[in-house]
Design a protein around this ligand. Structure first.
Ligand code: BJ8
Length: 423
């Protein structure tokens, strides 16, 4: 990553501390990813992105800024990328997934805040992530209390727009969300200086739908009996999808899906026959949080699906592309985004239905319901999730963890016992 030092300097980054991250990441990636055997060749793209994760894409974004484009940093899958793209803006996901950023977050947040929020705030305030430095505007949302308060702190450091996500999903809530999207569009237009037209929005909707379809193809390949790809590799694709160019993401995911479909017809599997199939449900795993997948896939099981925002919640359901006016398009966006089932909604029966449906579609042997420490929403909903799974005869293991490695051995023992029990 050495070639990018000048760029990082210009971004006002803390180079000394950032250097420490650059030193540990390649080893962590090598141990977790490159140690896998028979990986699909199509993963070479994502390996390349990770190898220069703070270099290649940030450099592209800076180039785009020089050409007058604005970068919007987001933290939640409810924020509609389509609106930003329609105004010739660029979206980059900003959720922090490393313990490295947590201490800087803890300087301003209570320790009893979820690590995702602490890492996200720490990455900005500690000046150790180029993406957080590059974004011209952050877009927050009112999903959980921790995030709401974090936006107030981040908003002192950078322009911040907050979208008010409803707490329920009645028709009036969906209409409210359409209004919120419309207001966001005005903010984006003013910030970028570009008008959003129905044609531009339709084009943006198409681009993001194509990305969703391509990712769904990769996920579909995991439904096969012979698993052509590891869960870890798919997680990496999904994590990078949050900050990559959406058209390139679709192209690369389609290329990977072609290879996986070929592997399925050739009977190629990256796991031995009979490997137990695990679905993960719960809180998102932002890059470089590969901890749980790595433990599961080195404990005799395979992750075949993630019911999370770094999984099916990110790409399932398309936006209706047939709408012709902005009003209709905002409503179509609201309907699609309100179809995401995050634990911040009440009631949230849709999520339970999703989990049971996915367990069947991916033919899972067991479910690991994971909760990031101090996430009250997913922790509480875990009770309903686990009961529903048990009632349907699907073994489930509930886990709470954070970004540290302190509990890795304990988790391994519990997961190994769970996998053995599935046998
Ligand atoms: S749609 S899951 S991306 S809010 S884990 S920060 S909820 S305390 S990340 Fe999320 Fe949007 Fe929901 Fe998905 Fe809060 Fe919980 Fe932390 Fe969370």
């Amino acid at each position: 990553m050495a070639n990018y030092v000048e760029m990082w300097k210009e971004l006002g980054m803390d180079l000394e501390t950032h250097d420490q991250l650059c030193q540990v990441l390649p080893t962590a990636f090598g141990d977790t990813y490159l140690s896998q055997e028979n990986r699909p060749e199509g993963m070479d793209f994502w390996d390349m992105v990770v190898a220069d994760i703070h270099g290649i894409r940030p450099a592209e974004l800076i180039e785009a800024q020089k050409n007058g484009q604005k970068i919007f940093g987001t933290f939640c899958v409810y924020v509609p990328d389509e609106v930003v793209i329609a105004a010739n803006g660029i979206v980059t996901g900003l959720c922090g997934g490393s313990q490295f950023w947590v201490p800087d977050g803890e300087k301003v947040l209570p320790k009893s805040t979820c690590p995702l929020i602490k890492a996200s705030v720490g990455a900005r305030l500690g000046r150790t992530c180029p993406f957080f430095r590059i974004a011209d505007m952050y877009v927050g949302e009112t999903t959980c209390d921790g995030k709401k308060k974090a936006w107030e702190i981040l908003g002192k450091d950078i322009p911040m727009h907050i979208m008010d996500v409803p707490q329920m999903k009645r028709s009036k809530d969906i209409e409210k969300w359409a209004e919120e999207i419309k207001e966001f569009a005005v903010v984006v237009e003013e910030f970028t200086g570009n008008k959003i037209t129905p044609e531009k929005l339709q084009q943006a909707i198409h681009i993001i739908n194509e990305k969703r379809k391509a990712m769904a193809r990769v996920y579909n390949a995991r439904k096969a009996e012979n698993l052509p790809i590891s869960g870890k590799d798919v997680l990496l694709m999904t994590q990078i999808a949050f900050f990559d160019d959406p058209e390139r993401c679709a192209q690369m995911a389609n290329r990977l899906a072609d290879e996986l479909e070929q592997r399925i017809s050739d009977g190629v599997s990256v796991f031995p026959e009979g490997t137990k199939r695990i679905m993960i449900t719960g809180t998102p795993m932002a890059i470089p949080n590969w901890k749980l997948h790595h433990i599961i896939e080195t404990s005799g099981a395979a992750v075949v699906c993630e019911e999370s925002c770094t999984g099916t919640r990110y790409f399932e359901n398309l936006v209706d592309e047939t709408k012709k006016t902005l009003e209709e398009q905002y409503m179509a966006l609201a309907e699609r985004y309100m179809g995401i089932n995050c634990a911040c909604f009440t009631p949230n029966n849709g999520r339970i239905e999703d989990i049971l449906r996915l367990a069947k579609e991916y033919n899972v042997d067991g479910v690991i319901d994971v909760n990031l420490k101090f996430c009250c929403l997913y922790d509480t909903e875990g009770y309903t999730v686990e009961n529903a799974l048990k009632e349907n005869g699907i073994p489930v293991l509930g886990i709470e963890t954070d970004y540290t490695d302190a509990d890795a051995e304990q988790l391994r023992t519990r997961i190994e016992a769970f996998v053995e029990m599935l046998g």
